[in-house]
Design a binder for this molecule. Structure first.
Ligand code: ZN
Length: 318
């Protein structure tokens, strides 16, 4: 915690300042500048480069895009990024799609030095997105990210749960089937092997994960029985993920996010149907009405970047 203490102290200063949030994804980096009242002052986007040096220089360019003309001081820069993130040390490792290897990269310090000493905090992208969803939707919520992998984040009282080692919400590696597919984590039959975008693509390969998902849902909608079977099995696995999280955190809102969420309403319908089918024989599950809690991550705002900017508000509140 020693690393964060001076940064928090700086935030107790004048409130008239700008917070910058950046969401670093595999293909693009989204940025937002929030004013003192959380208003969006600017947004910007650049393609993601590969490798640490180019990621840092692109981040610096985006910060300049966002606040280069601002007369307000920048209180801090928050960064959401995939991979194994240690927010206290400010390090990232194994962000494979960005060319970050298994050795920790001191991303917070590298960016901070490159932007003139402005304090920088880093967080796992799913956790940062959940904070952004909370900023936009309000209330306690659980966010399920259906991307190449499967992960979740739980926000309670405006704080995202990390746990003792940051693994809170890593639902994808709940192993259910000893005879299932081998998972990247070394176990067999993890939820990630049946409920993620990669799992969908393995069952219905038509290009990348996004294309496979669109193709599968269109074929099922057109009545292809094989597609209906694959879609419904996959949706049932996502529904099982939602149930597991709901019985852990009981959030009033469950947000579906990640690359596969671009499917939109057909995704929402299929998971909602699966949840209702799974509750048919159980008055207990029916009473929880989990299907009524499902929403899609709002697509009209840079939610993940807003969450990254709000990493600063969370730090300030501690
Ligand atoms: Zn696993």
């Amino acid at each position: 915690m020693a690393v964060l203490t001076p940064r928090r102290a700086e935030l107790r200063g004048p409130r008239a300042s700008v917070r910058v949030g950046l969401d670093i994804g595999g293909t693009k980096i989204d940025g937002v500048a929030l004013g003192p009242g959380d208003e969006v002052l600017a947004t910007a986007r650049r393609p993601s480069p590969g490798g640490v040096v180019d990621v840092v220089s692109t981040v610096v360019a985006l910060v300049s895009d966002l606040v280069g003309d601002s007369t307000l001081p920048v209180a801090g820069v928050g960064i959401g990024i995939p991979g194994l993130v240690d927010p206290v040390a400010g390090t990232v490792r194994s962000a494979v799609n960005l060319g970050f290897g298994p050795e920790p990269v001191a991303l917070a310090d590298l960016v901070s030095r490159a932007v003139g000493g402005v304090p920088v905090v880093v967080e796992n992208d799913v956790k940062a997105t959940a904070l952004g969803a909370h900023a936009v939707l309000g209330g306690d919520l659980t966010l399920v990210s259906l991307g190449t992998g499967l992960a979740a984040a739980i926000v309670v009282d405006g704080r995202v749960l990390r746990g003792s080692s940051g693994a809170a919400g890593e639902i994808g590696h709940l192993a259910l089937d000893r005879d299932g597919h081998l998972c990247g984590c070394g176990q067999r039959g993890c939820l990630e092997t049946i409920a993620s975008g990669a799992a969908l693509r393995r069952a219905w390969p038509h290009g990348d994960e996004g294309r496979s998902a669109v193709h599968l849902f269109a074929a099922a909608e057109a009545g292809d029985p094989a597609a209906v079977g694959v879609r419904d099995r996959w949706a049932a696995a996502v529904a099982l993920t939602v149930r597991t999280l709901a019985l852990t955190a009981d959030s009033s809102t469950v947000v579906l996010a990640g690359g596969v969420a671009a499917l939109g309403d057909p995704l929402l319908r299929s998971v909602s149907d699966a949840l209702q089918q799974q509750a048919v024989g159980s008055p207990f599950l029916r009473g929880l009405a989990l299907h009524d809690r499902l929403v899609l991550l709002p697509g009209d705002r840079p939610v993940a970047a807003i969450g990254a900017a709000n990493l600063w508000r969370v730090e300030a509140a501690r």
